[in-house]
Design a protein around this ligand. Structure first.
Ligand code: AKB
Length: 315
């Protein structure tokens, strides 16, 4: 990676990844893009261009003009929002990815695009979910993520596009809020702990999902894209994880800092059903073996860092 264009750069991951990549590869080598200016302040003085990923011509123009060699494609509609607008979710997620892959085919750029634990849905092992197993998602977001994995592999096999990806679990972070997914509760719980010392969870007790702290999610992008391609048996996309969490476990970690923290429940049936259709825990052996993946943050380390940063931001 030398010159990198990021789509969806104003979202939860993009707004942090842009700075991370700027540090690694130089500020002048990063073009952050998004389809509005909402949250633009998160990018500071990084170079920003307006881009709607449904506009393949504009994407091609930006890639050629800026001599981009890697496209990090993050723009997507997430799981809970996707269930309120399935048609638009298909159109945005699949149309955007196909434009990115076409531009990559024409220009020789490499592509990083995240998949998700949402690729799983029915008839798979819920515990220690393997890299390769049944993928029958129950959300439109999941349908686009499975299709996206297959499409990216197709562009690799057929046209030699260097497309790589990971299946992100829920990502916990303190800079930009997530954009209406199912795992968002695991971010909101920290904000509410700092603001009000209590949280009402829309996900039920004992509902386990995998989570990852943002610094690990960012490092994964660079490590996978810099990995030796000869070592990659899989490409799109690798299971990665750091911890398998449910609301009470996070609350217990928060209580080490805020002993009075109170957790209660008002279950959202839509997001609860999605959560129950996703793995309790992932097996990330393939990522470990093929490109050396490992997470650095566990629950206590993440909780301490989240609370410290949110106290600075919110108090
Ligand atoms: C969501 O909850 O939709 C996302 C995801 C796991 O892909 N955070």
């Amino acid at each position: 990676m030398k010159r990198i264009l990021i789509t969806g750069a104003l979202g939860q991951i993009g707004s942090e990844l842009a700075h991370y990549l700027a540090k690694e590869y130089g500020k002048d080598n990063i073009i952050a893009t998004g389809r509005s200016h909402r949250n633009i302040e998160a990018l500071g003085d990084l170079h920003f261009e307006m881009l709607d990923v449904s506009d393949g011509e504009r994407l091609n123009e930006l890639v050629e003009k800026n001599k981009i060699d890697t496209i990090v494609h993050l723009a997507a509609i997430l799981s809970a929002k996707g269930e309120t607008m399935p048609q638009e979710t298909w159109h945005t997620n699949m149309g955007g990815l196909q434009n990115v892959l076409e531009v990559a085919k024409n220009t020789g750029a490499a592509v990083f695009t995240p998949s998700s634990i949402a690729v799983f849905g029915k008839d798979f092992p819920l515990d220690n979910t393997p890299q390769s197993t049944v993928m029958l998602p129950t959300t439109m977001y999941g349908v686009t993520k499975v299709s996206g994995e297959i499409l990216a592999d197709y562009y690799h096999q057929k046209f030699g596009v260097d497309a790589r990806g990971v299946r992100y679990p829920g990502i916990i972070s303190h800079l930009t809020l997530p954009g209406n997914g199912t795992t968002d509760y695991a971010v909101h719980i920290y904000y509410e702990a700092v603001k009000n010392n209590k949280y009402t969870s829309y996900i039920a007790k004992d509902t386990y999902m995998d989570m990852l702290y943002m610094p690990d999610a960012l490092r994964a992008v660079v490590e996978l894209m810099e990995a030796n391609p000869d070592k990659l048996i899989h490409r799109n996309a690798f299971n990665i994880t750091a911890m398998s969490l449910e609301p009470e476990k996070i609350a217990a970690a928060i209580r080490k800092h805020y002993p009075e923290f109170a957790l209660d429940y008002a279950i959202d049936p839509v997001r609860q059903a999605i959560a129950e259709s996703w793995p309790n825990s992932l097996d990330d052996t393939c990522a470990r073996e093929e490109w050396g993946w490992h997470a650095e943050y566990d629950l206590p380390a993440m909780t301490a860092d989240m609370l410290e940063n949110l106290e600075k931001k919110l108090k």
